[in-house]
Design a protein around this ligand. Structure first.
Ligand code: GUN
Ligand code: ZN
Length: 435
């Protein structure tokens, strides 16, 4: 056996200690340590608490960040790596946007070398923005999945991803069949699920691009491998919803299509859910399915305003998603900035502590990874971010005038982006340092 690998980091730490059922209780779970220490051993947290030099293993020098704020790595619960190059595609809403921009872009990922090139760029963008775990759409091409997992493995990053399933309403080079969806996904599950920190998600794009036969095969696969994830889109756009109702007239609505094919459950993540009906909220709760809330995307594509408050009322798990390339930023700080405005437009407030909860422990829970990620509990995986709260002249001025910690965080979420990420640690190791 090789020798244990240690690292030690000293500084100001902030995390959320426990999951809560209502947002009023989040403040009680905020843990702030002014002079703290985190020691990791083989990627797991071995000590976390007040600075105590006796906890630093012999021969290890603690990296000291006296000015910064160290938080758990951000978790992105919905993102498309092949769409990295097309962020900011002009003028369309969902269905036209897919045909005009997305499908032509995704066709390129048939080429493994191209997929590798973008996958490498994508992983670099994640860590540059402080994101240490993501649930990722690839394309229909199995090579696109290999390329992504291979790049993530270089950093030993915990990543969930899968091959897209589409057997209709898409260009020829982007479709598989019901049978190939099954066999190719199965081979990828066998190859990647649980290999290092990689996890697999069965990934039908959305109901309109799968035949009933394909959804049935996806459900069969999920039944065979209950430990893998299901990742898809749901109720994002009004025209999309109307189309699903036309294509699946015998179902009680959009979510019922996925539900009847066995695709709901505690490892199922549905991106958007902007326009869910009451009975669909109840089904999300009853099946313990999760929502990925993607505010920059919902605003950019004009999809609508996600009712975040409803997730608390209905006790439905929710995480934050950037949804690159319909979303406009890799930054969870920018995503929270837009999340706040989406709530404002509905007459609701999103507090900084609630935002912080969603970006860390809440998203970990949405991915059923809260036993491994989301805060600094001993034994969890050592993924964290060193934040510089005052990275620009405007931020410096604003931070000089903050009233308390929550105000400082709120200013960070409003004004922040990748300029605020001083360093990112994955699996206990520093994988990014801001130049
Ligand atoms: N619905 C189906 N495919 C997509 C996609 O690629 N992006 C978004 N935002 N919605 C979708
Ligand atoms: Zn998406």
């Amino acid at each position: 056996m090789s020798a244990a690998q240690f690292s030690a980091v000293r500084g100001r730490f902030l995390d959320i200690q426990q999951l809560v059922h209502q947002p009023e209780h989040i403040a009680d779970q905020v843990r702030y340590i002014e002079d703290g220490l985190l020691v990791s051993e083989n990627g797991k947290i071995r000590y976390f608490g007040h600075f105590d030099p006796s906890q630093i293993p012999t021969g290890i020098v603690a990296e000291h960040y006296p000015e910064q704020l160290i938080v758990p790595g951000f978790i992105d619960t919905h993102i498309h790596y092949p769409q990295t190059e097309m962020v900011g595609a002009y003028g369309e809403q969902l269905l036209e946007w897919l045909n005009t921009y997305t499908f032509p872009t995704e066709l390129q990922f048939k080429d493994k070398a191209y997929a590798e090139h973008i996958a490498e760029f994508f992983i670099q963008q994640l860590v540059r923005h402080g994101t240490t775990t993501a649930l990722v759409f690839c394309t229909v091409h199995p090579e696109s999945v290999d390329a992504l997992f291979e790049q993530a493995a270089r950093l030993n990053m915990r990543l969930i991803a899968g091959k897209v399933l589409m057997d209709r309403h898409a260009p020829e080079g982007l479709t598989d069949t019901a049978e190939r969806a099954y066999s190719e996904s199965k081979a990828l599950i066998e190859k990647w699920h649980g290999k290092g920190r990689a996890l697999y998600a069965i990934t039908p794009r959305f109901a309109p691009t799968s035949t009933p036969e394909q959804l049935q095969r996806a459900g069969q696969l999920k039944a065979e491998y209950p430990e893998v994830y299901v990742h898809t889109h749901l109720s994002e756009n009004k025209n999309e919803i109307a189309w699903v109702k036309e294509l699946f007239p015998d179902h009680q609505g959009y979510l019922d299509v996925y539900h009847q094919y066995g695709l709901t459950g505690n490892r199922s993540v549905f991106a958007h859910c902007v326009h869910l009906e009451e009975h669909e909220w109840d089904c999300m709760h009853a099946t313990d399915s999760a929502i990925a809330f993607c505010p920059t995307s919902n605003l950019f594509l004009g999809s609508g305003l996600f009712p975040l408050k409803k997730t608390w009322q209905k006790q439905v798990k929710v995480g934050l998603g950037t949804d690159i390339g319909a979303g406009t930023s890799f930054s969870q700080l920018q995503t929270l900035n837009e999340a706040y405005k989406v709530q404002q437009l509905q007459g609701e407030k999103l507090s900084a502590f609630e935002s912080f909860y969603h970006a860390t422990l809440g998203s970990a829970k949405a991915l059923s990874l809260d036993h491994l990620l989301g805060n600094f509990h001993i034994g969890k995986e050592a993924d964290f971010v060193v934040l510089d709260l005052a990275a620009t002249p405007l931020q410096k001025l604003r931070q000089q005038h903050v009233k308390h910690l929550e105000d400082a965080l709120f200013a960070l979420f409003t004004l922040g982006d990748d300029r605020n990420i001083a360093a990112t640690y994955v699996d206990g190791q520093c994988v990014y340092v801001r130049k």
